[in-house]
Design a binder for this molecule. Sequence first.
Ligand code: AMP
Ligand code: GLY
Length: 445
Amino acid sequence: MRGPAKIKVLVVGGGGREHALAWKAAQSPRVARVYVAPGNAGSAAEERVENIAIDAGDIDSLADFAERREIGLTIVGPEAPLVAGIADAFAARKLACFGPGRDAARLEGSKSFAKEFLRRHGIPTAAHRSFTEAAAARAHLAERAYPAVVKADGLAGGKGVVVAARRRDAEDALDAMLGEKRFGEAGRRVVIEDFLEGEEASFICIAGGGEVLPLASSQDHKAAHDGDTGPNTGGMGAYSPAPLVDAAVHARIMDAVIRPALRGMERDGMQYTGFLYAGLMIGEDRVPRVLEFNCRLGDPEAQPLLLRMRSDLVAHCQAALRGELGAERAQWDARAALGVVLAADGYPGEARTGMPIDGPLHASEAEPPRKVFHAATAAGENGGALVAGGRVLCATACGDDVRAAARGAYQLAAQIDWRGRWYRGDIGHRAIAREEAAVTAAQPA
Ligand code: AMP
Ligand code: GLY
């Protein structure tokens, strides 16, 4: 018996998240072939996956390609094309594109828009003010309490946020953004907000047609160095689930953050289809407060999340586009998954690139699930790969608990090398401490 015709999928982007998306989409029984634009050396090596030399920002060429090749579903990885309106351009040409339109993507594209949205719809977040004038911003810094958080309004690759312990640090951040224009247009406006105490979690959903399918919880490590110290990066590792998000916290996130956000979008006259990512701070009071919204999957959260996902991602995305998410259920490997990012010398500053990568760079095991996802890699000689940017690979593994998943991921990471490669040694440390505390508490006295 023949099933329904299989579709072709286009994944837009070339990072670790997009390798994971392409790998996962290619496993769907609904999918004949996956194209990745532009992809990386990891997606190039996957079965049923092909890289296409179109830049993720070249919306017209992407839409032309999707039309010509009769792509049945496009999944957009990064935020920039969403904020630039890729979903609107595809919709205008009747092409199925999973991702929010330009208006809705402002939730990520403008922090001041997001903060006003949160305030308007009563969603818990840090109190804030936004400024375009340096003098007014400075006057505010002189009056306020510390630590304070200074954020460039627009997209800055996760690097436009400074947690300032003292007024002087906040002023330096302000000078970099409003004065030296170090973030260009993105820093023309700044948001200054209260510092929130607590532990962070990433909560990502699939949204569409006013309905929502929550994915498993996850947590990433944004700071460059062990002990969550050093400058902020795009993320140095992540794991799923986040033990912090127990059933009660999960319910609070859905009731106080996710559903009000989707209702708020509708009230404001916008449709939200796509991944909706809430970056949350969960304090001692267990109230989830929004640090930021993203309109995409997290990177590197996507790598452990998709390694754990047992259900069909493509089916979920198609259900969202049809407005039929209500009947969808996501299924997960009951075990934990954890990914360690292998970075190039110099990252998060300017990375040294071009070095050949040694080791099992396409390692992929089914049981327990383990996988090296590529991020900034390019094809090298004889089927090898070269370092092509700051975050290069993400060694990802499942294990019975976060500690076991970490052991697997670090075993994988240790086998791969190039000149100057480094990674954090403590990804998952909070979850592991929590696991240990639970074991100790359960032991008879
Ligand atoms: P964002 O891109 O807005 O999520 O900020 C990046 C990182 O800065 C977050 O993941 C937090 O670690 C930190 N951060 C941002 N806003 C706050 C805040 N209001 N209080 C404490 N930490 C923050
Ligand atoms: N890992 C954080 C992000 O993708 O924004």
